[in-house]
Write a protein that binds this ligand. Structure first.
Ligand code: DC
Length: 228
């Protein structure tokens, strides 16, 4: 099957997952949230009582018995399963964000997830979001978008999201966590966050969610026309 892949990368809080999910729904593509896979490994690691900063203790966990699967419900919403358990509600906490950033810097963890991500794109039309999709995972993606926004705008959006979930956090805490994660994700040696040379930069600081979704859909359609 000849599949179409759209890669969306960018820093945390740029709106990647909300925008990618909506665009995928509108196009009938599968949305693959690769950050959820790193978060799930982070959860498994924290459940083992391993502290952030102990990568050597993570390595023995990377075996077939660490089963991470994505499944989709009738509405097309992605759920992530850790050894069969739906952990989707457990991975969106500030603590798991930090664990995900920690494990994602370990090259062996990235290698562990690479094939699962590529195989999704071989078998489905996908919109895949992450940090290294356009640069490493799907270098031949039909469309590559680097989605960003100012740190202030991203922290403000993340604050609203966390408060809606009942997390008791301040703007300054969210901003400082986000800046720390951005630094870690961009400065790590293994597949650091960066814009692919052939990716289109889309800054959503001044855009509403609807405008951002429209902009992404327009980029995908334009790329589709150019290929004809
Ligand atoms: O997109 P997110 O906030 O759910 O990602 C969680 C962490 O995982 C983030 O710190 C960066 C990392 N990540 C990554 O290194 N590569 C990806 N493809 C996706 C996420």
């Amino acid at each position: 099957m000849n599949t179409i892949a759209v890669a969306i990368d960018g820093p945390s809080g740029a709106g990647k997952s909300t925008i990618a999910r909506a665009a995928a729904k509108s196009l009938g593509f599968v949305y693959v949230d690769t950050g959820a896979m790193y978060r799930t490994i982070g959860l498994a690691v924290s459940r083992q009582g391993i502290a952030i900063g102990e990568p050597e203790k993570v390595l023995p966990m990377l075996t077939d018995s660490l089963r991470i699967e994505l499944s989709y419900d009738a509405e097309g919403v992605q759920h992530v399963l850790l050894c069969g358990e739906d952990v989707s509600p457990l991975i969106r906490t500030p603590e798991m964000s930090m664990y995900a950033s920690f494990v994602s810097a370990i090259p062996e963890v990235r290698a562990f997830l690479l094939e699962a991500q590529r195989s999704m794109a071989r078998t489905h039309n996908v919109i895949m979001d992450g940090r290294d999709i356009g640069t490493v995972i799907l270098p031949d993606a039909r469309v590559k978008i680097f989605l960003t926004a100012s740190a202030q705008a991203r922290a403000q959006r993340r604050l609203i999201e966390l408060r809606e979930k009942g997390e008791d956090v301040t703007f300054d805490e969210v901003l400082s966590d986000m800046e720390q994660r951005d630094r870690q994700d961009a400065e790590r040696a293994a597949a650091p966050l960066r814009q692919a040379e052939d990716a289109v930069l889309l800054d959503t600081s001044e855009l509403t969610l609807e405008q951002s979704i429209d902009a992404v859909l327009a980029l995908i359609r334009t790329a589709g026309e150019e290929k004809k």
